[in-house]
Design a protein around this ligand. Structure first.
Ligand SMILES: NC(=O)c1ccc[n+]([C@@H]2O[C@H](COP(=O)([O-])OP(=O)(O)OC[C@H]3O[C@@H](n4cnc5c(N)ncnc54)[C@H](OP(=O)(O)O)[C@@H]3O)[C@@H](O)[C@H]2O)c1
Length: 296
């Protein structure tokens, strides 16, 4: 029996979550899928039997679902059925398994459940209206969890970033870092606005919510609202990268999935129960730099 199980414990959010759980609670099991890692157990989240067996064997009090469908938003449009199986059907199955095992389920959702047309920050109770297939699936997955397992926490976040050197699915700033270090141009969209979220803050916020017994839906995002070009410029300054490799993109590419252009989530509900500080992108990037140590 373990205190917690992190699914996708070698991903950006999952790795940070497991690290924090091991530090604070001990007894945390973790899974990988395609990239074996010492200390982690293989699990295919889309396989019902494997998920049932894993929960039966580990009997966790809390399950943190930090797995992600490789290829992101664009691949969800191209490979719609596989995306549905991963994001919706596997989530429904996991929530049923959590209920049967008596485990508290933590699910990470996205601001993409909204289309970004509201000028004020979105609140948790606002009606979702996704702009693309990924957003639709995240919304449907949230609904499935609400129906299947009352003991749950859904955290909506966005633009999560942090130092993740082993990744095959680099976050925005890791992508910037690698591209510029390879002396290639990094194309940064100035038409996409959001609230960059430092992974350490997100995980601390999620674990504080769990500790405080919070249930239902919460927004946990960084405090600054910025476009991706400005964010990239700031990251170059902080991480000591050559900003001349940055190029501004003013319009979406014809082949890109539709995305909310300006999506801002209100963190009022989170701040009414938690003390965790959700830093802005400048402070978050400085925290990332500290994690990088000598790598710069
Ligand atoms: N990152 C963001 O900005 C962001 C924003 C909003 C919401 N979210 C949500 O947060 C969650 C985690 O995202 P992330 O960015 O941390 O992901 P990530 O860094 O891309 O990591 C994905 C993880 O999922 C695992 N995985 C892939 N296929 C799997 C499968 N079939 N079964 C089990 N595990 C599988 C991977 O394992 P291997 O590497 O071993 O294959 C890896 O551990 C997702 O639900 C995502 O929608 C993320």
């Amino acid at each position: 029996m373990v205190e917690s199980l992190v699914i996708g414990a070698n991903g950006l959010i999952g790795r940070e979550a497991r690290r924090a759980l091991l530090r604070t609670k001990g007894g945390c099991a973790g899974t990988y899928f395609g990239r074996p890692e010492e200390g982690l157990v293989k699990l295919d989240r889309t396989c019902r039997d494997e998920v049932e067996r894993m929960l039966g064997e580990t009997a966790p009090k809390v399950v943190l679902d930090c797995a992600n469908f490789p290829g992101g938003v664009n691949r969800c449009e191209q490979d719609r059925e596989a995306a549905r199986q991963f994001h919706l059907e596997a989530t429904r199955n996991l929530s049923r398994c959590c209920k049967e095992a008596g485990a508290f389920m933590v699910y990470i959702s996205s601001d993409y459940v909204f289309d970004g047309t509201k000028t004020e920050p979105y609140r948790e109770e606002d009606e979702p209206k996704p702009a693309n297939h990924y957003g639709e699936l995240k919304h449907e997955a949230e609904e499935a969890i609400r129906q299947e397992v009352s003991s749950h926490l859904i955290v909506r976040t966005t633009n999560v970033f942090g130092w993740d050197p082993m990744t095959r699915t680099p976050n925005y700033i890791m992508n910037l870092y690698r591209t510029i270090r390879e002396e290639r141009t990094f194309w940064a969209p100035s038409f996409l606005w959001g609230t960059p979220t430092y992974v350490g803050d997100l995980v601390e916020g999620i674990l504080e919510l769990v500790d405080r017994g919070a249930t239902g839906t919460y927004h946990v995002v960084g405090k600054s609202f910025v476009n991706r070009y400005e964010w990239a410029k700031e990251a170059c300054r902080t991480l000591g990268l050559d900003g001349t490799y940055l190029a501004e993109v003013k319009e979406p590419d014809a082949g890109d999935a539709a995305r909310p252009k300006q999506c801002r989530l209100s963190t009022d509900r989170f701040e009414s129960v938690c003390k965790t500080v959700l830093h802005g992108y400048r402070e978050g990037t400085a925290l990332m730099k500290r994690e990088m140590g000598g790598a710069s």
